[in-house]
Design a protein around this ligand. Structure first.
Ligand SMILES: NC(=O)c1ccc[n+]([C@@H]2O[C@H](COP(=O)([O-])OP(=O)(O)OC[C@H]3O[C@@H](n4cnc5c(N)ncnc54)[C@H](OP(=O)(O)O)[C@@H]3O)[C@@H](O)[C@H]2O)c1
Length: 320
């Protein structure tokens, strides 16, 4: 088969002939039609990930054909039976197991799900990792509900944008932050009520005031800006953090945290049940993941390079 192979850190992925996957017991072959990128793929190409193995095939998101039907793949492997956290055997598709940037993939049969009927294969490929992470952070961890004031930081992020779409569908009053005014406008066009540039402290303060504070905050940046998000919270707010794009949080105003009874939840990916519920939610509200650009698999490096500057609004998808 043809695949985009990860040969070495900080080197372009190579589009080349690669041995077909071996189908072990309990696994099945999916003929892939589309895959999508996540920040994780970028971290791995830059050597910023644990236990990197080469050569290997990256990609956690995929849609393809299995048994004559269009399917999508749950990239969350061996979550286990505890809804609170993943098992010690847990892994994410696309390192260490070969991923979706290829014509074929061997996956556990119980990680294969029917593609939501209203989505094209490219749209469906954009959904799994971001959809699952957004669903758990928003609904399981933060119990977001209709009428809540929800703030999504860095809406240009693939998972953040999915969380924004889910929260709007659930009837929340959704506000966003971004480093780009244009991305804020695009989020408003999708149904967000407003936003602010996270680089502008006054604009952030004003957003918090004009919205009347936030019941739920979903963040993947961490770093120096996190304390401002906490200051924008209402009493009893639920805050989920699923990424650390801007690094560790060195300073938190502690009285603000305890006086307002704020809960901060770490969140990663999600369980099999959450994946199933996420697909039901997406089907019920006919949510269509936003795609910024589709590339042919053989040009996948252009998509990886695009991730360096994050100009995109929506997912980068590979057509296979
Ligand atoms: N734990 C998990 O299960 C899980 C799952 C998915 C992702 N993640 C992590 O979450 C992060 C985002 O991943 P992704 O794939 O969704 O990423 P992505 O599409 O690459 O998003 C990156 C976005 O981060 C935003 N950003 C940059 N600086 C920021 C700041 N100071 N404050 C707020 N936002 C800022 C930017 O938003 P604007 O363009 O709007 O400025 C940028 O578009 C990564 O760190 C990733 O590793 C973790």
């Amino acid at each position: 088969m043809k695949a985009l192979v990860f040969i070495s850190v900080k080197q372009a992925l190579e589009y080349k002939e690669h041995p077909d996957p071996i189908i072990k017991d309990g696994f099945a072959m999916v003929e892939l039609k589309a895959a999508a990128l996540n920040r994780r793929d970028w971290w791995i190409t830059q050597g910023m990930y644990a236990n990197i193995k080469t050569p290997s095939i990256l990609g956690s998101d995929g849609c393809g054909i299995y048994n004559g039907e269009e399917v999508i793949i749950n990239p969350s492997i061996e979550w286990g039976s505890d809804i609170r956290f993943q098992s010690d055997k847990y892994k994410i598709l696309g390192m260490e197991e070969d991923g979706t940037f290829a014509e074929k993939i061997a996956v556990r049969k119980n990680n294969i799900y029917k593609k939501p009927a209203h989505l094209t294969s490219e749209e469906a490929a954009a959904l799994p990792l971001s959809g699952l992470t957004a669903y758990r952070a928003l609904f399981t961890r933060c119990a977001a509900e209709a009428g809540d004031n929800v703030l999504i930081s860095g809406v240009g992020g693939g998972t953040a944008l999915m969380a924004c779409q889910f929260a709007i569908a659930a009837g929340a009053n959704v506000y966003v932050t971004s480093g780009s005014e244009d991305k804020i406008k695009k989020a408003v066009a999708l149904g967000a009520k407003g936003g602010a540039n996270y680089k502008d402290r006054d604009a952030m303060k004003n957003l918090g005031k004009s919205a009347g504070g936030f019941d739920v905050v979903i963040d993947s940046a961490g770093g120096a800006g996190f304390d401002m998000l906490l200051r924008m919270c209402r009493k009893g707010a639920q805050v989920a953090i699923y990424g650390g794009t801007t690094g560790n949080i060195e300073k938190i105003n502690v009285p603000n945290l305890f006086y307002k009874q704020i809960s901060i939840h770490g969140s990663t990916m999600g369980s099999d049940m959450e994946f199933k519920k996420m697909l039901e939610f997406v089907g019920e509200y006919k949510i269509v993941p936003v795609i910024d650009k589709v590339f042919d698999l053989k040009n996948g490096n252009e998509a990886v390079e695009m991730m360096a500057g994050s100009p995109q609004f929506g997912k980068l998808v590979l057509k296979i």
